[in-house]
Design a protein around this ligand. Structure first.
Ligand code: SF4
Ligand code: SF4
Length: 89
């Protein structure tokens, strides 16, 4: 299980969730033209499911995996894999 960041984060990215994550597993994509439409993402293998981030989000973008839209779950996982390979997205 993991938590997932969804579309409402795009354009906000205030990092309120990052401040409370005890394992620092919430990342931002590098600011390139092709990542402008992506939200912050949660590393699916690093997240310990503590739930601390979810109530901090001002735009209600964070969901536990079971309640997230599949496309945003897959995007968070893909970005996590890129992070592992490249040390960044
Ligand atoms: S659920 Fe906890 S560990 Fe997972 S991203 Fe949120 S704050 Fe971090
Ligand atoms: S708190 Fe919400 S809007 Fe802010 S960076 Fe995290 S997911 Fe994005």
């Amino acid at each position: 299980m993991t938590y997932v960041i969804q579309e409402p984060c795009v354009g906000v990215k205030d990092t309120a969730c990052v401040e409370v994550c005890p394992v620092d597993c919430i990342y931002e994509t590098d600011p390139r033209e092709d990542t402008n439409m992506l939200p912050m993402f949660i590393h699916n293998e690093e997240c310990i499911d503590c739930g601390a981030c979810e109530p901090e989000c001002p735009v209600d973008a964070i969901r536990v995996e079971d309640e997230a839209e599949d496309r945003w779950l897959q995007i968070n996982i893909l970005l996590s894999e890129e992070q592992d390979i490249n040390g960044g997205v």
